[in-house]
Design a protein around this ligand. Sequence first.
Ligand code: AOF
Ligand code: ZN
Length: 358
Amino acid sequence: MRRAISLASRGLGHTSPNPVVGCVLLGPDGTIVGEGFHTRAGAPHAEVEALRAAAGKARGGTAFVTLEPCSHTGRTGPCTQALIDAGIRRVRYAVADPNPAAAGGGAVLRAVGIDAEGGLLAAEAEAGNRAWLTATRLGRPHVTWKYAATLDGRSAAADGTSRWITSAASRADVHTLRASVDAVLAGSGTLRADDPHLAARDVPGARQPLRVIVDTHARTPAGARVLDDAAPTLIAVAPDADAAHLPATAVLRVPRAEGGLDPHTLLKELYARDVRAVLLEGGPTLAGAFAAAGLIDTVVGYLAPALLGAGPAALGPAGIGTIAEVLRLDVEDVTRLGPDIRITARTRPAPADRTKES
Ligand code: AOF
Ligand code: ZN
């Protein structure tokens, strides 16, 4: 299963709106006879790739799959049937499929007498497929909030200048992060202050993310860099905003909520456009609104060993008024990037009980 999880990770950044999935097949004598992973939506599923590689040698053997085999015909046929037809006797999968259209494959296999069981290395497989699992369970994209700050937590100096707080190594890493998601989000304040481009640069084989600007009053200028054709762009505006100067196809109307646009509706709209992973890039006001709405799943902080003493904090007001309401995170990774430190933390533990079948 560990090998299957590693195979699955090769698809990261390329399979959306589908999950990453890996599969290893053993023959009846316990030796590996086939491997496969899901490369992109519309391509064969991991199980089918592995069965093809095994060329019949898996008959009577075992399949290790990182996700419960699907039992539906979507872009491709049901993997349960492919496993049955190939004469697989035993199936071990890590995580139950939360996609209602495809779920139930474990029961389908057991019904025909195959020894099928979920839960093997579930936490590891869960971590490898975090964005897709979160999105599919919640019906909204997984949100990673990324920020850069000094050691005293500031993302700009008192005069608003911020280029550059972190090193070139950290900034290059951000492009890799962008290339791993389906959409990059920024607020209109950041747009007016920095005129960011928000595309993934210098990442070989990168898929460009959808660029989304949260701009209640439609103040994005027609000449903003995000409106070039390097990647698709949506400008989310209030229902009554005057957006006549913007390309009509780029305008997304989102209802208002306290202090701006409703982030829940915005995320639902993006999910409907096949967005499963979002990178929230700033600024502090937008990030604060998402945090207040409980819509941040992962935090990636780039910390520079530098001090500013004054200037805006990385995170704006997040509806937290007292220490008892503090939003605590679990650190998942700490990495040094040049002179900087990257901290990856999660806002809630994996719902382990939902990774196994009852
Ligand atoms: C994948 N790859 O290896 C497995 C998946 O539209 P389809 O036919 O590609 O089906 C996508 C669904 O199939 C997906 O949401 C998941 O529930 C299930 N399993 N999907 O993309 C795979 N095994
Ligand atoms: Zn399948």
